[in-house]
Write a protein that binds this ligand. Structure first.
Ligand SMILES: Cc1cc2nc3c(=O)[nH]c(=O)nc-3n(C[C@H](O)[C@H](O)[C@H](O)COP(=O)(O)OP(=O)(O)OC[C@H]3O[C@@H](n4cnc5c(N)ncnc54)[C@H](O)[C@@H]3O)c2cc1C
Length: 440
């Protein structure tokens, strides 16, 4: 026998993959389980996104030359098209919307705000020419207002050994022609095409036995540059134990077949067990980096490399959001399997930190949704303020765009790309995005 007659009202803060998957999974699991749990099987979900466009890092993180992954946005569109899910863009939690609003108006508030801030790299703080991978990925993905990094230097450096580090290195070295068919706007493409960068050096803290690159990632780097290992890394590779799993073995073989360091029109040099120990920035502007080796090898000497760009790709962290507990060590909203406290839940990178691919936000969301359903089954429904959300937002004088606006922007971008044979060409200017999506 179902308890509570009205549909559950759920707020999802953050329209990235985690927020959209959580909404979709919640509706499906509720339909399947409500009878067994004795609760109402209907829900209405409001997704609040601070940017003029949803889908978080699918739109603004995934590299433009990975179109197959960008296509995840089509799956997100399908989920979002449910009439039980509403989308409100340009609504920022902490500015337009507060915890007490969510607790007063909803049966559950799910935070899916990601980990959208580059982790601080103390060494590079305030130095011109040093920037986070988030800024670089934001720029090549046309995040509104994100300026280009310095591109007039022949040598760029990247700190970090994760997927993002290799994405940044690859895009900086990529043949501009091959990027001309991506969703990159013309202005960004022109900036990249005019780049002077011919060499990228990637500094990876640990030795080659700990790397997590896939064979595919290494092949993609080889396709756009001469991939080399410095002498130190090559010697480490020679004595390290190769991994046994087939995927890691294939990546290892790709590394083994990388060339020796030497001149090349475009080059990516991997430096394992190496870190930047200090910067040379005499007038606050980066001129070079000192590199140290982190383990014993044939030579442990530090060396200096002239460079005008250093990108730190050392991870991401969630922002501390007003009213919510924050775990500074993990850079997440403090939670227990997605439960924060009372009606408040969390999912995605804000829940578990910047680990895992887009697919893992689904399993994450499933765990959080199970928690919500079992809490509802225990507590039943309480009285909430059911004023329609549009009325509530307009009453506060807050402008927003809706799902229809987002779909209009998508159609516009697809139309923009069509004459050049592209699946889409992104609109990068915030004002233009707002105009097309009919900001109310
Ligand atoms: C550079 C980069 C490249 C990547 N490439 C790949 C790849 O190729 N393949 C892959 O599978 N994974 C990739 N990933 C990982 C993938 O992007 C993440 O697993 C996934 O995006 C995490 O989803 P999320 O929804 O938790 O966070 P996000 O995608 O960050 O979404 C969070 C959303 O919340 C919104 N938000 C934040 N704060 C507020 C607020 N206060 N109010 C309202 N809204 C808010 C944000 O604007 C954003 O839209 C990449 C990640 C990065 C950083």
């Amino acid at each position: 026998m179902a308890r509570g007659g009205r549909p559950w009202r759920v707020a999802v803060v953050g329209g990235g993959p985690a927020g959209i998957y959580a909404s979709d999974i919640l509706l499906k699991r509720l339909a399947e389980k409500s009878e067994g749990l004795g609760i109402c099987g209907e829900a209405e979900i409001d997704v609040f996104e601070k940017n003029p466009a949803p889908y978080g890092l699918v739109r603004y993180g995934v590299a433009p030359d990975h179109p197959a992954i960008k296509l995840i946005s089509k799956a997100l569109d399908k989920a979002l098209s449910s009439r039980k899910i509403n989308l409100f863009c340009n609504i920022c939690y902490g500015k337009d919307l507060h915890l007490e609003d969510l607790c007063r108006r909803y049966d559950a508030a799910v935070f899916a705000t990601g980990a959208g801030r580059d982790r601080k790299w103390e060494l590079g703080e305030g130095v011109e020419g040093v920037c986070g991978a988030g800024r670089v990925a934001g720029w090549y993905n046309a995040f509104p207002g994100m300026p280009a990094p310095p591109l007039s230097t022949p040598v760029a450096t990247v700190v970090g050994g994760g997927n993002t580090a290799l994405d940044v290195a690859r895009v900086l070295l990529q043949d501009p022609y091959s990027l001309s068919l991506t969703d990159m706007p013309q202005d960004t493409w022109r900036e990249l095409a005019g780049s002077q960068i011919r060499e990228v050096h990637v500094f990876i803290r640990r030795g080659p036995e700990s790397h997590k690159f896939s064979a595919q990632q290494i092949r993609q780097l080889k396709a756009c540059s001469r991939l080399v290992l410095d002498r130190f890394s090559r010697s480490l590779l020679g004595v390290a134990k190769p991994p046994s799993s087939p995927g890691s073995k294939a990546a290892w073989e790709e590394l083994e077949s990388a060339g020796e360091d030497g001149p090349a029109p475009k080059k990516c040099c991997l430096h394992f067990a190496s870190s930047i120990s200090s910067l040379s920035a005499p007038a606050g502007r980066l001129e070079g980096v000192w590199v140290q080796r982190n383990i014993e090898g044939p030579s442990k000497e530090a060396f200096f490399l002239e460079t005008g760009l250093c990108v730190s790709a050392i991870g991401w962290e969630a922002e501390k959001l007003p009213g919510l507990p924050f775990d500074p060590a993990r850079g997440t909203i403090t939670n227990e399997k997605g439960r924060v406290s009372g009606k408040v839940y969390v999912t995605g990178w804000a829940k578990r930190g910047c680990e895992g691919l887009i697919g893992s936000t689904k399993s994450d969301a499933a765990e959080t949704v199970e928690g919500i359903l079992s809490d509802w089954a225990q507590k039943g429904q309480e009285a909430i303020d059911c004023t329609p959300t549009e009325e509530f937002l307009k009453g506060r004088g807050i402008s927003f765009s809706k799902k229809s606006g987002w779909f209009a922007l998508e159609r516009y971008e697809e139309g923009l790309g069509r004459p050049d044979g592209k699946a889409r060409a992104k609109v990068g200017a915030s004002s233009e995005m707002r105009r097309i999506s009919g900001l109310e």
